[in-house]
Design a protein around this ligand. Structure first.
Ligand code: CMC
Length: 433
């Protein structure tokens, strides 16, 4: 028996199968059980994919026990401190940090694609003025594929690359336009003389009557928030993008699917939900009452911004963002941020409560990102949109990786059927109530 196998035996038949163990660069090894249906006539049962590695990937590594996050091998804290969002985009897309010439070329390619087709701008007026901007994002990104016929062949690597650049370049414009539409303000066109983050802020906050006054601390904070959210291996939205892509769908539609998945409060929608929760708590004196509610399953209320499927020690992104949160609020005058006081007290109480300790529930990145975004003047309903802008590069990098594989098989999970057994159709007159 090879050391690098796991034997699975069906005790009812005595039949066995040796499943190879596959080892990656880091992380636990995986059991390759692809031969199970053929050899034992069985599938694995893994609701919510708690123990399933759905693909091989070279992009991002997360160690939930140790609180480690690496993009292409580089620790997130080094990238957050030393890199820029666009450099991280390059790294995620192409696998290596760029030389200065490569970075200049990448910058130029992104700038070339920041503008939206004027026809697409008119899409916005079809939305209600009370629409959630995430709904607008899903629609407008999905509609991109009706404008770019020059890059529709997903089997062509040049087309794939062009679509990837377009998505990363246009997402801030699409996001800012959704905000402008809701505000009833004119759209602000991208300025290609500005950096990616500055341009995004300019499109969000400049008006024809007044330019946007850049605040270096705010730009740096937002840049870091974008870096921290850029990729997170096979999370729900990325898995959606991969699954959609496996059917050979166009990347714009795949990313629209990813945006829809991100919107949920258990995923990217948590940053918005955290602020709503803090507003509901209203005052630190109400925290004990709410903590009891969060622990009570019948209340259906969770402590938003706490807990993570993978991180069971701490979320390394939360550690970085917490520091920035403190610095930013100090600089921007914390008194204007009463919610921050509630957040810090809530964090203190939850971290010393047995319920949260026993279940290894720690603050995640979204516990703090909402506080930073509000300090930057970003409205609440735009929080998850900011996450979507940041995560676009991760979705696209993961999609490209999958499409570059020699064979792309359609993703198709199986099930354990527990419904009615085979039975014959009964005519209506013979059916009892
Ligand atoms: N508040 C109260 N109880 C919680 C929480 C929470 N935030 N999170 C998990 N639990 C409890 C849960 O009730 C369960 O208790 P028990 O064992 O007694 O039944 C136990 O902890 C395990 O929870 P789970 O639902 O099995 O854990 P999961 O890995 O399926 O869920 C999660 C992970 C992130 C969806 C969940 O922790 C949660 O809903 N957190 C709040 C939402 C949130 O902050 N989401 C952002 C995640 S980070 C950004 C991103 O990656 O998108």
């Amino acid at each position: 028996m090879s050391k690098d196998t796991v034997t699975i035996t069906d005790n009812s038949t005595g039949k066995s199968i040796e499943c190879p163990i596959k080892r990656g660069t880091h992380g636990p090894p995986v059991i390759d059980c692809q031969a199970l249906p053929k050899e034992l006539g069985m599938f694995t049962f893994d609701p919510a994919f708690m123990t399933t590695a759905s693909c091989e990937s070279t992009i991002t590594f997360v160690d939930g026990e140790q609180g480690i996050l690496l993009y292409r091998g580089y620790p997130i804290d080094q990238l957050a401190e030393k890199s820029s969002y666009l450099e991280v985009c390059y790294l995620l897309l192409y696998g290596e940090l760029p030389t200065s010439e490569q970075m200049d070329n990448f910058n130029a390619s992104i700038r070339q694609h920041t503008l939206l087709n004027e026809g697409l701008q008119r899409f916005y007026s079809g939305f209600r003025d009370s629409a959630h901007p995430m709904a607008m994002l899903v629609g407008v990104v999905g509609a991109l594929s009706s404008y770019y016929y020059d890059a529709m062949d997903i089997k062509n690597p040049e087309h794939r690359s062009k679509s990837a650049l377009r998505l990363v370049a246009k997402m801030p414009t699409i996001a800012a336009n959704s905000y402008k539409y809701l505000m009833g303000h004119p759209y602000v066109y991208p300025r290609n003389d500005l950096g990616y983050v500055e341009n995004f802020m300019h499109m969000m906050f400049a008006v024809p009557t007044e330019p946007y006054q850049f605040n270096e601390t705010a730009i740096k904070a937002l840049e870091t928030v974008l870096i921290l959210h850029a990729d997170h291996e096979q999370n729900a939205s990325t898995s959606t993008v991969r699954l959609a892509g496996s059917s050979q769908a166009h990347p714009f539609s795949c990313v629209a699917g990813g945006i829809a998945t991100l919107w949920g409060p258990a995923h990217g929608g948590a940053n918005e939900a955290v602020i709503r929760m803090l507003k509901e708590i209203e005052h630190p004196k109400n925290i004990p009452h709410y903590i009891n509610k969060f622990k009570d399953k019948d209340s259906y209320q969770r402590l938003m911004g706490f807990g993570h499927r993978v991180y069971k020690n701490y979320d390394p992104r939360a550690k970085i963002i917490r520091k920035i949160c403190h610095q930013l609020l100090e600089e921007l005058d914390a008194e204007k941020q009463p919610l921050f006081e509630i957040a810090m007290e809530l964090e203190r109480i939850a971290l010393s409560d047995d319920y949260f300790i026993e279940r290894k529930l720690y603050p995640n990145v979204d516990f703090y990102s909402g506080t930073i975004l509000s300090a930057l003047g970003i409205p609440l309903n735009m929080f998850t949109v900011m996450f979507a802008v940041a995560r676009t590069v991760g979705w696209v990098a993961q999609w490209m990786e999958m499409m570059n594989e020699p064979v792309v098989r359609i993703g198709r999970p199986r099930q354990l059927y527990t419904g009615a057994a085979l039975r014959d159709y009964t005519p209506m007159e013979e059916r009892s109530a």
